[in-house]
Design a protein around this ligand. Structure first.
Ligand code: WTA
Length: 635
């Protein structure tokens, strides 16, 4: 199924032009290649003022018919998913398209038997096992909305997300293997469930044989429920604009944003970009190392690859277990052709001795991908030279949870690549760089830098923030008139190639994970001895960025290592270990403007050890505090 692929740079340029001059005709033609139960009435209706975007309105379809049913005749025996377990001695699982179809239909009936209907929300908190893919597709099969919560999040983070999206059911596993550790997911869920009155049923997949405490009437084992369920399940008829899933991403206030994606446009967008960016051939083996708990896993482990009839790898473990050669061991073992990972993983592997790479045969590789944060030049070269051996195009793919699909990226083997550049917009994507006055910087042959916005809707744009359309409007459509604001800064060179320079808002990307500093501050402020805190990012060799917390303690409380630990623990418990600050500095005050706003720019500079150029501090309410913070006097 490579029917949507552009084959040459000339093809790309032609497609791009058409996508701009006649976007509706462009997407119409692409959408027609999918399986629809009824064709749409209008291709696009939009209004960025409201804001409202509708693609393929009136069209009826089910995304699982596109990911499964339509492949059965031609690709029924092809491997859809190869699952690689945490422990290299445990056997891999190969699941064909036909088997996946049967498993999804079967589990869809488990959902139905437990009262889940079209439109109901189901929270999935699961490890990277095929059952996660099965559960998400089963939801889509019956029109239930999945809300996947990354299995590294803490109990209170799960509870918050469950309550925000009114989930009725939770699907989880008893335990998860993560390297040499075992984590008890069910225990995390049980704690979360104390605060989630809406959950009626919990389905528990047994990943390990350990006994699992179950609550009578509420908790049910996956396998027991399968025994009671029919195997066949017709696909629910969905409107193109019906909800497919909700996925939370951090915001610049403490509350996470439940981004809403709808069936039709998301399917068309992820599939089109998957095929064009990666350029898979028939028997290729594609591996994206992301967790399905993030958008990259949704779009490029599951929906894009499966709708394309590709073979997609799911890996349960971590890159360092049993040793730092694990990724390369898997590439060798499964003969992976396409490998898609994050710069933070590349940097951490690049620090290891090269024999972890050299002891494996990587000659199956054809294409390398990068996602989640800017890839620095050094990491790019290491990846290109040592993994790709100079023979594999590196596609640096820029996109967001909100965009649903890749927006700016080379097409493998087609677009000329350049280290650190995400290069050119995909067909259908109209980027704009905005200056400090909020005006668009004209697209001339001058190199320019600005804030990155998008001028025209694309099919997989998130339609709203669940339950808070006003916030959707404020965050994405109020900074620039009639444009979607990405929150990123970018540079455009004389040839129109883009390099993403990083976030320009209060979101910090740590190891490829978006973290809102406000949520972390809220967690820190929960500590009984803390008056106020400010969290900023600073450059980190492996993680890209790390977090630096400035904390004001109540009078008479002495700073101590113990206190530092307690603060880190609070963050870990509230949000999950990924949000833990790397450094904590106790301060007597925070630099504030006269209107009481914290001057984060100054704090960012101090955290980055760039104290020469702090800019004008005279407008601060309390300039003297800057000197104290610089000297680290309280620590
Ligand atoms: C950043 C992940 C530079 C960016 C798909 C964006 C990138 C945020 C790249 C979205 C890239 C993602 N180069 N920066 N190739 N890809 N980003 O929602 O700041 O987890 O806004 O989506 O990651 O992160 P999210």
């Amino acid at each position: 199924m490579e029917n949507l692929q552009l084959r040459s740079f000339a093809d790309y340029k032609k497609a791009y032009k058409k996508s701009i001059t006649d976007p509706e005709a462009f997407w119409d033609e692409i959408a027609t290649t999918f399986k629809w139960q009824k064709k749409w009435d209008s291709t696009l209706e939009w209004d960025f003022e409201k804001p409202e975007v509708k693609w393929f309105k009136g069209g009826k379809l089910n995304i699982t018919e596109n990911c499964l049913d339509r492949h059965l005749e031609t690709l029924g025996n092809k491997t859809a998913i190869i699952w690689e377990p945490n422990d290299p001695d445990e056997e891999s699982r190969y699941i064909t398209y036909r088997q996946l179809f049967v498993k999804v239909s079967h589990f869809a009936n488990v959902l139905k038997n437990n009262g889940i209907k079209k439109g109901d929300k189901v929270c999935l908190y699961m490890p990277m096992i095929p059952e996660l893919a099965i559960a998400m597709l089963a939801c889509a099969r019956i029109g239930a909305v999945h809300s996947i919560v990354f299995a590294g999040f803490s109990s209170s983070a799960i509870a918050r997300r469950i309550n925000d999206s009114n989930c009725k059911m939770l699907v989880t596993a008893n335990e998860v293997y993560r390297g040499a550790k075992k984590v008890n997911l069910k225990e995390m869920c049980d704690k979360a469930l104390e605060e989630t009155p809406g959950i009626e049923t919990v389905i528990v997949y047994r990943r390990t044989v350990e006994p699992t405490p179950m609550k009578e009437g509420r908790d049910k084992f996956w396998f027991d429920e399968l025994q009671k369920a029919e195997k066949e399940c017709p696909a629910e008829v969905m409107d193109a604009e019906d909800l497919l899933f909700i996925l939370y991403t951090s915001g610049s206030t403490g509350k996470p944003k439940g981004m809403v994606h709808t069936v039709g446009g998301y399917m068309v967008g992820t599939t089109y970009t998957f095929q064009n960016v990666f350029q898979l051939e028939k028997d290729d083996v594609y591996w994206c190392t992301a967790d399905i708990g993030w958008i990259t896993g949704h779009s490029y482990i599951i929906y894009g690859p499966l709708a394309s009839g590709a073979t997609t790898v799911m890996f349960e473990g971590i890159p360092s277990y049993p040793d730092y050669g694990r990724f390369w061991d898997i590439v060798d073992k499964l003969k992976v052709t396409h490998f898609y990972t994050a710069p933070t993983a590349i940097r951490s592997l690049a620090k290891q001795p090269l024999n972890f790479v050299e002891s494996h045969d990587l000659s199956s590789l054809k294409v390398l991908g990068s996602v989640g944060e800017p890839i620095n030049e050094e990491a790019w070269h290491w990846y290109n030279d040592n993994i790709g051996k100079g023979n594999c195009p590196v596609v640096d793919t820029w996109w967001q949870t909100e965009t649903g699909a890749i927006m700016i990226s080379p097409l493998a083997g087609i677009t000329p690549t350049r280290p650190t550049f995400a290069t050119l917009p995909l067909p259908g994507v109209q980027p704009a760089l905005m200056d400090d006055q909020g005006e668009e910087i004209p697209n001339t042959s001058e190199p320019v830098e600005g804030r990155l916005a998008i001028k025209f809707p694309w099919p997989s744009i998130a339609r709203t923030i669940y339950g808070d359309h006003q916030r959707y409007k404020e965050v994405y459509f109020s900074t620039f008139k009639n444009k979607y604001f990405t929150g990123d800064g970018a540079y455009r060179d004389a040839t129109g190639n883009y390099r993403i320079t990083g976030r320009v808002d209060d979101i910090v990307i740590v190891s490829g994970h978006n973290l809102g500093t406000a949520a972390i501050e809220n967690a820190i402020d929960e500590h009984e001895h803390v008056v106020e805190s400010a969290v900023v990012g600073f450059p980190h060799e492996v993680k890209g960025n790390a977090l630096y917390a400035y904390v004001i303690l109540y009078n008479k409380v002495e700073p101590s290592e113990e206190l530092e630990k307690e603060i880190k623990n609070i963050v870990s418990q509230t949000l999950g270990p990924i949000a833990k600050p790397e450094k904590i500095q106790f301060v007597s005050g925070l630099p504030k403007t006269r209107s009481g706003k914290i001057m984060r720019r100054i704090l960012r500079k101090i955290a980055s050890n760039d104290t020469e150029n702090l800019g004008d501090t005279s407008t601060l309410l309390n300039p003297e505090v800057v000197e104290e913070i610089k000297s680290g006097a309280l620590n």
